[in-house]
Design a protein around this ligand. Structure first.
Ligand code: GDP
Ligand code: ZN
Length: 451
């Protein structure tokens, strides 16, 4: 990857904002040893050993004391020299230390810039770099495990494997181009079509796993409709069970009162409670509600909660009428412990999916979970699932289309060769060996500072 950058040292506070026992400043750039020496009053840190030291201001007075770690290039996260200062985790101390680093010639890092340098220095490929952010943002243990798997190269490895096989086939096809007389014979003897089919099957397997990984990352958005006291809050608790939703601080996702995050079987679920979608004069609340309706447009399902002893009322009907028609509906007849009905699948109005359950006794809750996961095509995270993104699925889809076209035109060797080339390019976007610079900018700008 050749995207050039000006290798000035960059620095950032790598630990989360606020107070903590320890705060870490990370510096990356070429030739950081003089900076480390200036910070420590002339000490020379041993590579990859902790050095307990004062961190000094320009006049030689100590700003803080702590550990300095020195990772000379290329054996560091970014592939450049990296220095980490572990000081006391107070915002004022950290700010003073950071200012001192700037004074010594570093500039403040942009979001994701460390990871970007790691990518540009071939320490990570693009899918791995993305998984750094995904690991930090993971909303469930399953998602975190999947992100780590991607970071360690499980996903990239599959893509590399596919690309290698594609290259082998391309070499065969391109060689044929030089002997137009016998081209088709030659391809038949070498079973080019058989190789292509094997590639397509392999791509489909990767696609299936990646799709599961994308669900784990993105989760599903569920709209919750129901009158007061039908048991919405109780149902959310029952669905979440022991899994604690970790609220992450992803840029641009401000949480409003009408949205809740829970985790079901490792899949993050973004629940929009329409009870909160009321008319209001409060400007801020109105903006939140407007945004929520936009989320409703992209939702995966609507859960209509009804007390099993009654039928849905007019207020619920009104909201249902406002929801996009394509949204799959799942009716939930709650409080069956009071109505005496038995738990499990049932039929809702108009033949809609329905589940009878009790949020209180939990009877029937697992059936509802199964219904929800089935709706988005989640079949469970076995050990093999790595985290993937919509961007990856899109690239895989396009590669698949080119292979499909290739299968149809294989007797026109030039077209065949071209489709294989396009398939390879699409796959290479995933690992970043064929990715436009502007896309790189977008990907890295979504990181947090210090990563
Ligand atoms: P929400 O207003 O729709 O969020 O309803 P809540 O979850 O706050 O529940 C309203 C009341 O119904 C509470 O007293 C709950 O304990 C009760 N409740 C909820 N689900 C059940 C259930 O399945 N069985 C019984 N017996 N009570 C329930
Ligand atoms: Zn409630």
């Amino acid at each position: 990857m050749s995207l050039a950058y000006t290798p000035v040292p960059i620095c950032a506070i790598a630990t989360a904002p606020g107070r903590g026992g320890v705060g870490v400043i990370r510096i990356s750039g070429p030739g950081l040893l003089p900076m480390a020496q200036a910070l420590t009053g002339g000490k020379t840190p041993r590579p990859r050993h902790a050095l307990f030291t004062d961190f000094l201001a320009a006049d030689g007075s100590p700003i803080d004391n702590g550990l300095l770690l020195y990772f000379p290039a290329p054996h560091s996260f970014t592939g450049e020299d990296v220095v980490e200062l572990q000081g006391h985790g107070g915002p004022v101390v950290m700010k003073m230390l950071l200012a001192r680093c700037v004074e010594l010639g570093a500039r403040l890092a942009e979001p994701g810039e460390f990871t970007k340098r790691a990518f540009l220095n071939d320490k990570l490929d693009l899918a791995q770099a993305e998984s750094v952010a995904d690991l930090i943002d993971a909303a469930s243990e399953t998602a975190a495990r999947g992100a780590l798997k991607s970071l360690k190269g499980a996903f990239s490895g599959e893509i590399h494997h596919l690309v290698d096989d594609l290259i082998t086939l391309r070499m065969l096809v391109e060689a044929t181009l030089d002997f137009p007389e016998e081209d088709i014979d030659f391809l038949e003897k070498a079973d080019a079509v058989g190789q292509l089919h094997a590639l397509q099957a392999q791509l489909r397997r990767v696609q299936a796993t990646a799709r599961q990984g994308a669900i784990l990352r993105e989760g599903m958005t569920v709209v919750l409709v129901g009158e007061p006291n039908v048991g919405k809050s109780s149902l959310m608790n029952a669905l979440a069970g022991d899994e604690v939703a970790i609220v992450t601080d992803i840029a641009g996702t401000t949480r409003d009162t009408v949205r809740e995050e829970i985790v079901v079987e490792g899949v993050p679920m973004h629940i929009i409670d329409t009870a909160g979608l009321r008319d209001t004069d409060d400007v801020v609340e109105r903006i939140g509600i407007e945004r929520t309706w936009q989320a409703v447009e992209k939702a995966d399902a609507v859960l209509v909660l009804v007390d099993s002893r009654t039928t849905p009322g007019a207020a619920v009907e009104a909201i249902l009428a406002r929801l996009p028609a394509r949204l799959p509906r799942v009716f939930v007849f709650n409080k069956i412990d009071l109505s005496g009905q038995s738990p499990g699948l049932a039929e809702g109005p108009g033949g809609a999916r329905a589940v009878r359950l009790s949020a209180r006794t939990q009877a029937g809750v697992s059936e509802l979970k199964a219904q929800l996961l089935e709706l988005i095509g989640y079949t469970g995270a076995d050990e093999g699932v790595y985290l993937a993104r919509e961007r990856h699925l899109d690239a895989i889809r396009r590669a698949g289309q080119h292979l499909e076209t290739a299968a149809g035109v294989w007797q026109q060797v030039e077209l065949f060769a071209e489709e294989l080339r396009l398939a390879q390019n699409a796959l290479s976007e995933i690992t970043g060996s064929f990715t436009p610079d502007d896309l790189l900018g977008v990907i890295f700008s979504r990181f947090c500072i210090g990563k």
